[in-house]
Design a protein around this ligand. Structure first.
Ligand SMILES: [Fe+2]
Length: 280
């Protein structure tokens, strides 16, 4: 059976990706140098723990889906996932490799377990994954992934409880996949931020730090915070933090925190927390 060896939650932002490209070409802006430095321990952990599969719960930002049909919960089942062009042209990175067998296995388990996923056999992936992925994985990107896309764009968005439950079902589904693949579960959503209206640019660093301090041992405390309250405190797009509950739900309660880092370069709180299964 596949083994979940750990997981991590990580922010994403469009600028995180653009700043990576600029930084690697001619040096990082000091604000982004901090984020780059903060991700080194995650990269080192991944090199040590050697995952063979990644299951990534993220959200699209109207770059693949549009308002004609925006699925609440979707899964990518395809041999590869191309990079979405977000308007500034493709960045110099390959497509992501998909694991079709694991994708169908998770689809069967989750749909039969009450999570009605939209299956995407073509899925273009935006900065939800492409912004942080290059910080942690060197090309060629040959590690197979299964992406799950959560609607965070059009309300109503799925509840905290729903996404935490999805994670638990996902964990069971991964652990029932034949084989012995070392699997890491990742959730990614921007931490506090708001990109529209009069409160554009607000963030709440204390809220982000609080979230990181609670997710390992007191996740239910976070799940119990109404989404409207998270949006009031951290900006409307802080709602993306609900995605992180899926990663936590997929893991056991027998965890070691391997790394935690937070900084606020601009617009969006950038944080990461790495949780390793003790059994791993
Ligand atoms: Fe986002």
């Amino acid at each position: 059976m596949a083994r979940i060896v750990g997981g991590f939650g990580i922010s994403h932002t469009p600028s995180m990706g653009m700043e990576y490209d600029k930084g690697m070409a001619k040096g990082f802006d000091p604000r982004w140098q901090k984020w780059f430095d903060g991700t080194r321990a995650v990269k080192a952990w991944l090199e040590k723990i050697r995952p063979e599969r990644l299951v990534i719960v993220y959200n699209d930002h109207l770059n693949h889906f549009d308002f004609d049909a925006y699925p609440t919960l979707a899964i990518g089942v395809a041999p590869s996932f191309r990079q979405a062009d977000e308007g500034w042209g493709p960045r110099p990175f390959p497509s992501l490799v998909g694991d079709v067998d694991l994708g169908w296995h998770l689809t069967n388990r989750l749909v039969r377990g009450g999570y009605d996923l939209t299956v995407c056999q073509d899925l273009a992936v935006d900065h939800g994954i492409y912004s942080w992925f290059p910080y942690l994985f060197d090309t060629p990107w040959d590690i197979p992934i299964v992406p799950l896309a959560i609607n965070m764009v059009r309300h109503p968005i799925p509840t905290n409880e729903r996404l935490h439950g999805l994670g638990k079902a996902l964990g069971e589904a991964i652990r029932s996949f034949p084989g012995d693949q070392r699997t890491v579960v990742i959730s990614t959503g921007g931490m506090s931020h708001q990109i529209s209206g009069a409160r554009f640019g607000i963030a709440n660093e204390a809220l982000d730090e609080f979230f990181l301090s609670k997710i390992k041992d007191d996740v239910q405390e976070l799940v119990d915070i109404p989404q409207e309250e998270m949006m009031r405190l951290g900006g409307t797009e802080a709602s993306e933090l609900a995605i992180w509950f899926s990663m936590r739900g997929a893991l056991s309660d027998n965890l070691v925190e391997r790394h935690r880092y937070y900084t606020f370069p601009a617009i969006t709180g950038c944080g990461v927390i790495v949780l390793e299964e003790k059994a791993a």
